[in-house]
Design a protein. Structure first.
Length: 479
């Protein structure tokens, strides 16, 4: 079904015009493919199953009722780690929202009392297990807890617990939903939502236009316009985000949905986290959806009308739980699939860059970054294979930029942000390996191997400070 779009909202019209211009100048499509893209932006080809639900803005929006809001409250999710406290005082989400509980005929402020509860010595161990989401019946976790308490005085433990809870209370305050939160689930065929599906968010994704990892998988976003099976399902709190002049809803979580040959709607994969069950979505929307992983015989209703880059490779995104089969989408596999002139291939089509914004700024196209060439995502200098370094999220770095931002722990050999480095002589360790092997002397502040530590008057000291403290004690006795 062809929609001749006449957006009533100026933002939707502006978004469309900006995206068409960006794709034309920077996304390296053949003339034929761009013409198809532009045509679909003004006259989308939409299946009737979607068309009968969406509005003029190509969205179907459903408000989430209050009794389901706890699924979406990041503040509540952070608070839930304190499970022994929640269990003891039978705290509900309603209590959390009001910040009040009634205990022994008293009204208590939940967050104020949280601190008091764990600062009691008898709850120290509960704090450790709760804070780290450890199992108090797991032998390994019990062993780790014992090691954690071994070289910490009661004074030190109180300080750690107080600071940790204070930080958490601040985080909870920043992320908890406001009293009159307006959470919606949206079924969208508006391409602006698709184009920024992972951009300008607090979570990362290979479809984030600001990511510069190998393959630049976001270059496949324009190709989605040729997929008549597809819509996007996302959850939002109504706040807006902006990127290169495009303005759309911020996203708490989202999933692509695909039509199959039985005219059923299949949820592909919630990202960054699964928040709602299909049954809850169906109850709210009146639609009938299911997860694609439960549909092993999935085959898309329509062929994908593939767009092509000027290097003849097809434009499409990374697929979760699906793959191509003769231009249909079928169940099985996950990967970056594309067609060259004839054959189906797997892998990236392009190399890497700093971001799409930098491509726009320097008036380049993605074709300026061929797949067999690597560039530093910070300085954008070309890097040969012998010198390239990769960050934990897969971005490419030249040696100088890498070591300004990351380091290799010499104990576990993993890569970490430079903010977590601990220098021990000529050795560099991550925080976890440091805590496993060393402690910080309470007197001089020097790193000291745990097997050389001495306890003195509720402090843990290196051997030198311990000897000085003992000498001073002996001197005071003589005086």
């Amino acid at each position: 079904m062809g929609f001749l779009l006449n957006f009533k909202n100026e933002t939707d019209t502006k978004n469309r015009d900006i995206i068409v211009s960006l794709v034309k100048k920077h996304l390296y499509l053949t003339e034929e493919s761009f013409n198809m893209f532009e045509s679909r932006m003004f006259e989308p080809d939409i299946d009737n199953i979607y068309a009968r639900n969406i509005g003029n803005d190509l969205r179907f929006r459903i408000d989430i009722p209050e009794n389901m809001l706890h699924h979406f409250d990041k503040g509540w999710k952070s608070f839930e780690k304190y499970k022994s406290y929640i269990k003891k005082y039978k705290i509900t989400y309603s209590d959390f929202k009001s910040n009040k509980i009634f205990h022994k005929k008293n009204t208590l402020k939940i967050f104020k009392f949280l601190m008091q509860h764990y600062l009691e010595k008898k709850h120290f161990e509960d704090f450790y297990f709760d804070y780290n989401s450890f199992d108090s019946n797991n032998e390994y976790h019990i062993k780790e807890a014992k090691r954690w308490f071994e070289f910490r005085s009661e004074e030190s433990l109180l300080k750690v617990i107080e600071n940790s809870i204070r930080r958490d209370i601040e985080t909870i305050g920043n992320y908890r939903l406001p009293d009159k939160a307006n959470i919606s689930i949206v079924l969208s065929l508006n391409f602006a939502d698709w184009f920024l599906c992972s951009t300008a968010e607090s979570w990362g994704s290979c479809l984030n236009l600001e990511s510069g990892g190998d393959g630049m998988y976001w270059t496949g976003l324009p190709g989605l316009i040729g997929d008549k099976n597809r819509a996007m399902l996302y959850i939002t709190d109504g706040k807006k985000k902006e990127y290169l002049g495009i303005e759309v809803d911020k996203i708490l979580s989202r999933s692509w949905i695909l039509l199959d040959k039985k005219d059923e709607i299949n949820i592909v994969k919630w990202y960054p986290q699964k928040i709602m069950k299909a049954s809850d979505i169906n109850k709210l929307s009146g639609l009938d959806m299911k997860f694609i992983v439960k549909n092993e015989s999935f085959r898309s209703k329509h062929k994908v009308n593939l767009l092509r880059f000027k290097n003849y490779c097809s434009s499409f995104i990374y697929q979760d739980h699906t793959r191509f089969e003769k231009e249909y989408i079928v169940a099985g596999g996950s990967g970056m699939y594309y067609y060259d002139k004839q054959n189906l291939e797997e892998g990236g089509v392009f190399g890497n860059c700093k971001s799409f914004r930098s491509i726009v700024k320097f008036n380049k196209t993605v074709g300026d970054y061929p797949y067999d060439t690597r560039y530093c995502c910070i300085c954008e200098d070309e890097v040969n294979d012998d010198d390239i370094h990769y960050s934990p999220n897969g971005d490419s770095y030249c040696p100088d930029c890498f070591y300004e931002n990351y380091f290799y722990c010499e104990s576990c050999d993993e890569i970490f942000s430079i903010s977590f480095v601990h220098g021990i002589g000529h050795e560099t360790l991550c925080s976890m390996c440091y805590d496993n092997e060393y402690f910080t002397c309470n007197e001089c502040g020097e790193a000291t191997p745990k097997n050389e530590g001495k306890e003195y008057q509720n402090k843990f000291l290196c051997e030198k400070c311990y000897e000085e403290a003992k000498e001073e004690e002996e001197f005071d006795k003589k005086e």
